[in-house]
Ligand binder design. Sequence first.
Ligand code: NAD
Length: 428
Amino acid sequence: MTTQVNYKEPAPIMNKENPFESMMERFDTAVNLLGLDVGIYKYLKSPTKQVITSIPIIMDNGNIEVFEGYRVIHNDVLGPSKGGIRYAPDVTLDEMKALAAWMTWKCSIVNIPFGGAKGGIKCDPTKLSIHELERLTRRFTANMLDVFGPERDIPAPDMNTNEQTMAWIMDTYSMHSKRTVTGVVTGKPMILGGSHGRREATGRGVMIVSVAALQKLGIKSTEATAVVQGFGNVGSIAAQLLHEQGVKIIALSDINGAIYNPKGLVIPEVINYVERNSTLAKFPGAEAITNEELLELECDLLVPAAKEDQITSKNASKLKCKIIAEGANGPTTAKADPILQEKGVLVIPDILANAGGVTVSYFEWVQDRMGFFWTLNRVNTRLERMMDEAFVNVYKTAAKYDVPLRIGAYILAIDKVAKTLKLRGIYA
Ligand code: NAD
């Protein structure tokens, strides 16, 4: 005898437009539509493992300082867990739990054999020297030796961590294993077993699903207009690749401001300008507008690729785009969802749109384990195939349940993990 879930988050929490609460609201909606057994629901809400560790290091001045580190494995039913490690003063266990769950759904949607995890260290990396950062990373890795592993849990870079951080983790893990274990992390430098195309993967994935969505709406790429918010790794690559597809990019922004040219911006020129000036503000040949104005421009495609909570219940009704491709994590709040649905905007949700990064991380792990490295062309061709397949699967699921793509994506992701769990059974 099984009991179906009919779950509703307590109202006080939902009053805040918080990205993680937003995610849980969509999770609950999808679970209710799937008619998931209450036991499975409880299982999927509870992280498999939560580790809190003290990390003592000797600072450059000779004093001992102790930091707190976290690793949360949300779920490893589909395979080893995968997720980034961030260094920031406001890292908390609760945030890690939410981000780890996000990774479970993302990996499930793109059909890669990984579970979800996230980790971090509460620290201010701007106040640490390179040597202190290295000691912090190595001691954290040593404390996590029985958590990390190419067949157990595979970290990647996230906020304020990078290729060098991954190289230190890989080296520390390898020293303890008495052999070089490249597959323990992804996002490594190429020379240490990194993959071609990894840096561009998220932006490329955004471009692939955007083109697929334009096709669904019968809009030719060469006749489409787009606006991109954020010009970092995801935004600049997505803008460049959309530009190469013939899409006219009419506006761009970064933290310092936004630029607009209805005739279209030449993206390589903007990239060149940003390399010289560190910002796109004051780019010649474009009008300066605000970030708020940028989001409300009339266009076919809007790509929020900056940060969370950009499209909210306050501005959603003012948007004039046909498609939103969420390059950033959590750029749209749960309260904005019904407003966008009412307006008929096709939203490609973050857990699908920005999953290109984790997909090429998977390729990196596969290449490390094979000891055989692919060409850039092979990486990009396989990425395109997997993103296209994921888009079609999400689209079909959304149509079947008559829900927006976001809920379709959650249904697809949760259903796969729940089915796998049922087949594996509960070990007792
Ligand atoms: P980034 O730091 O390289 O770039 C962020 C960009 O956004 C910068 O241009 C910054 O100036 C701009 N920005 C910040 N605040 C802004 C604001 N208020 N208005 C307009 N622009 C603003 O970061 P990134 O790696 O490109 O990540 C962007 C988003 O994509 C984040 O939400 C991240 O979690 C998500 N994401 C990134 C990856 C990846 O592989 N890098 C993968 C999945 C998801």
